[in-house]
Design a protein around this ligand. Structure first.
Ligand code: SAM
Ligand code: SF4
Ligand code: SF4
Length: 383
């Protein structure tokens, strides 16, 4: 007998109701939310499991042997993900990022990538398909992923010093294996590669310069991420956040950097380029990026939607509840109706958590309920 298991921490408290009317959006019309933001970027979480226990994401004390993950039966199948993604693409999505948990732990992920790679935007363009990974399985999987149609990868790495990195991943995973994975990805043509480093003050800020020195010249974009108050389990404290402005100062002690113009609206990272001794920007050396969601909110242009492993649609990384698309996908066989329902959800979106960030716990959107809501975990919603 299969029993539905509800994880205590990461499961949201309920679903938001689907908007009553889904008749407002007309095919071909520009879809905008209430803050006039289009829908361009879909992040799909393919698993809530991970082989790391990064303290800022899945702390070991919570995500231990007693922790209950989603049972396989409650995950969206690859066909359901692809069908849902197709509706998102019809509404303007141009980029799909696979994430998790650790996405490379999902069995046969290449099959999903092959299916997604068949989708085309309204003007016949292929999608930009990318994946965020901790890199642990990249050496083994890079060329298969590329062959399936994956274009790029983002690899998370929080330092080059083994002791620091092992303390952060908390499973004794060595730096060398991740670096090998990055190299395998480069050789497989999964570039331009981005490397994400979460900077936690008091834990790994001494790794900022070594990381920049190492990746400068490799054509890789090294992005420093401010430690965020996502989820409810990482014990986030403002004094552990290292603002991007401080990271930039550290880098400028040793490197000359020049600000670059954003390559697209809604870009999460502020980009900087390396400058040579003659004062010229050298694009081939790679880039530095800053993702400053704590000190510099970028909600104004946020065009991202998130689909969780079990088919909940979240409109913000810091949301407390999602919309149950899985039930809809499983009961609604008309593609047009599914697309209209998603359009109606996006049309009423007003999320801008970072812009409004305060120390208060977000309140519920469910009518009549006054309880404070737990923010959803990063490993559940996908980064
Ligand atoms: N497991 C994959 C990985 O680590 O790349 C994909 C999922 S992970 C949730 C996605 C990204 O979120 C990673 O780059 C990770 O460093 C980042 N992340 C997780 N928790 C965070 C936090 N509290 N603050 C800032 N970034 C965080
Ligand atoms: Fe796993 Fe990625 Fe979270 Fe680290 S950040 S625990 S690798 S999901
Ligand atoms: Fe987008 Fe929410 Fe992040 Fe603002 S806080 S940028 S709305 S995901």
């Amino acid at each position: 007998m299969s029993e539905r298991v509800i994880p205590i921490i990461s499961q949201p408290l309920g679903n938001l109701s689907l908007p009553a009317s889904s008749a407002s959006w007309q095919e071909g019309a520009a879809l905008r939310d209430t803050l006039q933001r289009p829908l361009r970027d879909l992040r799909i979480s393919v698993t809530d499991r991970c082989n790391f226990r990064c303290s800022y994401c899945m702390p070991k004390e919570i995500f231990d042997n007693n922790y209950t993950y989603l049972p396989h039966s409650s995950l969206l199948t690859f066909e359901e993900i692809t069908r849902t993604a197709k509706s998102f693409v019809a509404l303007g999505v141009e980029k799909i990022r696979l994430t998790g948990g650790e996405p490379l732990l999902r069995k046969n992920l290449e099959i999903l990538i092959e299916q997604l790679a068949q989708l085309k935007t309204a003007n016949g363009q292929s999608l930009d398909i990318t994946l965020t990974t901790n890199g642990s399985l990249l050496t083994r999987k890079a060329s298969k992923l590329k062959a399936a149609g994956l274009q790029r990868v983002t690899v998370s790495l929080d330092g080059l010093d083994d002791a620091v990195f092992k303390r952060m991943n908390d499973v004794d995973f060595p730096v060398s294996d991740v670096l090998e994975g990055i190299q395998a990805a480069q050789e497989a043509g999964l570039g331009p590669i981005k490397v994400n480093m979460v900077v936690k003050r008091g834990t790994n800020e001494q790794e900022i310069l070594p990381m920049a020195r190492y990746f400068k010249g490799q054509g890789i974009a090294l992005r420093f991420i401010e430690y965020m108050d996502v989820g409810a389990t990482n014990g986030w404290r403002m004094d552990e956040v290292m603002p991007s402005a401080d990271v930039l100062k550290v880098l400028q002690q040793e490197m000359t950097l020049t600000p670059l113009t954003p390559s697209q609206t809604g870009e999460t990272a502020e980009r900087w380029g390396y400058v040579n001794a003659q004062g010229e920007h050298v694009p081939e050396w790679g880039e530095i990026g800053f993702i400053s969601s704590v000190t510099k909110a970028f909600c104004k242009d946020c065009n991202r939607a998130r689909l969780t492993t079990e088919g909940q649609l979240y409109l913000c990384l810091f949301a407390t509840q999602g919309y149950d698309l899985k039930s809809l996908v499983r009961t609604e066989h008309s593609e047009e109706n599914l697309t209209r329902a998603i359009a109606a959800i996006w049309a009423q979106r007003d999320d801008r958590y970072s812009a409004l960030r305060s120390t208060e716990v977000p309140s519920s959107k469910v009518s009549g309920e006054t309880v404070a809501k737990r923010k959803v975990e990063m490993s559940y919603i996908g980064g």
